[in-house]
Design a protein around this ligand. Structure first.
Ligand SMILES: *Cc1c(COP(=O)(O)O)cnc(C)c1O
Length: 223
């Protein structure tokens, strides 16, 4: 079996230079993150606030923590002081809460709009239509402490890579459209977070800038 460091090296070597790897460490112990850190990895993704806080307090301060799971509004204030990027902003109310907590913490918080692109039912993520309505409505322009840096999406869990490619291509197209309409003058609007262990090769071909890879690096998670 490969070590964590070897897995990271393999994934990183397979990525074009400008694409960043988020090592998804959820459900894996601090020791696994330390091993990845020692091999040079600095960006880690977590999906539960409590777990993230426990890890963040004991691990090196130059780690860039990304939040990738469903975020409850009452927990936003706990991560806002240090989080580098929240991938999973899935409602106008959540974005408003992040802005409010950002103000309180005197920090501008980088966010991605999570878009529901998979065919499976999900409670989370904007549909394309809802996202456009939200952007069109415009109240987000008054937020002073959030920075919308791009979009995030998860493809259908399937072996049908053609379908997965289509979903990713759709997200890229949507990204281009809203970049043009709403963020043309914002240099920081540049991220498309798509691709996981199963499908990151496909995502890269379709224009991903951030891949979120967990089990391919750390092994299977124990739930
Ligand atoms: C768990 C998770 C990942 C990583 O999944 P793997 O299949 O282990 O690579 C990526 N993105 C999100 C949003 C996740 O919840």
């Amino acid at each position: 079996m490969n070590t964590i460091g070897e897995n990271i090296a393999e994934v990183v070597e397979s990525l074009p230079e400008n694409i960043r790897l988020v090592a998804v460490s959820k459900f894996h112990p601090v020791s696994a993150i330390e091993e990845a850190y020692q091999s040079g990895q600095r960006i880690f993704g977590e999906s539960k606030v409590q777990e993230l806080l426990q890890k963040q307090t004991v691990l090196p301060t130059d780690i860039e923590w990304h939040f990738i799971g469903h975020l409850q509004r009452n927990k936003v204030k706990m991560i806002v002081p240090f989080i580098s990027l929240i991938h999973s902003v899935d409602s106008p109310q959540l974005l408003a809460e992040i802005d409010k907590c950002g103000k309180a913490a005197d920090r501008i918080v980088n966010c991605l709009l999570e878009i529901h692109i998979a065919s499976e039912e999900s409670k989370y993520g904007f549909t394309y239509d809802r996202c456009i309505s939200f952007l069109e409505e415009g109240s987000w322009k008054d937020f002073t402490h959030v920075r919308i840096c791009g979009v995030m999406g998860m493809a259908t869990f399937t072996d049908n890579l053609e379908q997965v490619a289509k979903e990713f291509a759709g997200l890229k197209q949507f990204y281009d459209k809203i970049k043009n309409r709403y963020f043309g003058d914002k240099d920081y609007f540049k991220e498309i977070s798509m691709g996981m262990s199963q499908d990151y090769h496909v995502a890269v071909k379709e224009g991903s800038t951030l891949v979120r890879v967990g089990s391919r690096i750390f092994g299977e998670r124990k739930y």
